[in-house]
Design a protein around this ligand. Structure first.
Ligand code: A3P
Length: 289
């Protein structure tokens, strides 16, 4: 059987070859966005699936039907995946919802001049590295995770799939001031105030909801609801690709799980790397609940 965890290197960044080809990555870079498109952009494990669910529910005015019958990768397909065009054609809605993990420098030119609405989702990087590590252990299309310590170093070096977290976040968020069609939402905001986040996202999408509709969105976006929803918990994916005996995609859903993984030494090292790589960035992260 062909290995699932082949790597596709594109512009110096590693991508899982099971999902992306040179051709699909090139096509993504030239994608003709429509002004009505909604793009969810994120580094992996930052709350992408959560935002896909939020956007679906806002578009459905809190009605859960679509979010419970169509998988998230079909209703908000990943732009850079090789089967993107098939999925996009299958969704015949006016406002297309598209997802991407591409860094801004690869996608910026395609977005230039477009009024597509972009929602960038970030999460504190200590929790991202822990979530990504656990995901590597169950996702057979990603390279071997190795020990946490090895994985942690690869994260800080920026050599994991999808490249450097630091570059990803700095590049995308540096455009929030100049692009008025870009909204930056953090995982921590969603976690601490889901109701308020849904109101913010719905007003950005110019889809103002009444209170009952917001409450319905909250209900169907909660961790427990999503954990039990096959359309977002990835249990529909073949065991050979995502091995659910090794963990669950909807794993903990908490702020601050890094404390259960990091040693004191790793925490100090992380802080020093973070300080030097983010020195020109004013973003503030919430590290614990
Ligand atoms: P953990 O592994 O820390 O639990 P992505 O969709 O970008 O891959 O992110 C996956 C992470 O988001 C996982 O984090 C997952 O549990 C968390 N997540 C997804 N839906 C969530 C929700 N409704 N509430 C809280 N966390 C959620």
């Amino acid at each position: 059987m062909a290995r699932l965890d082949v790597i596709e290197v594109f512009h110096g960044i590693s991508f899982p070859g099971h999902l992306h080809t040179q051709e699909s990555l090139q096509l993504a870079q030239k994608f003709p966005f429509k002004d009505t498109d909604i793009l969810i952009a994120s580094y992996p494990k930052s709350g992408t699936t959560w935002m896909q669910q939020i956007v679906t529910l806002i578009s459905s005015k809190g009605n859960p039907n679509l979010s419970q019958t169509v998988p998230n990768w079909t209703r908000a397909p990943w732009l850079e995946q090789y089967y993107f065009s098939v999925l996009l054609e299958a969704s015949s809605i006016t406002s297309r919802v598209i997802t991407t993990h591409l860094p801004h420098h690869l996608l910026g030119p395609a977005l230039q001049g477009s009024k597509a609405k972009v929602i960038y989702v970030s999460r504190n990087p200590k929790d991202v590295v822990v979530s990504f590590y656990h995901f590597h252990k169950m996702a057979n299309f990603l390279p071997e995770a190795g020990t946490f310590s090895e994985f942690f170093n690869r994260f800080l070096e920026g050599t994991l799939s999808y490249g450097s977290w630091f570059d990803h976040v700095k590049d995308w968020t540096s455009h929030t001031a100049t692009m008025n069609n870009l909204l930056h939402i953090t995982y921590e905001e969603m976690s601490l105030d889901l109701y308020g986040t849904i109101k913010r996202v719905s007003s950005f999408l110019q889809s103002n909801l009444v209170e009952d509709e917001v409450n319905n969105c909250v209900k169907h976006c909660s961790f427990s609801s999503m954990k039990n929803n096959k359309m977002v918990n990835y249990t529909l994916i073949d065991e050979e690709i995502i091995d659910h005996s090794k963990g669950s995609f909807m794993r903990k859903g908490k702020i601050g799980d890094w404390k259960n993984m990091f040693t004191e030494e790793q925490n100090q090292y992380f802080k020093s790397v973070f300080k030097s790589k983010m020195q020109d960035c004013t973003l503030e992260f919430v590290w614990e609940e």
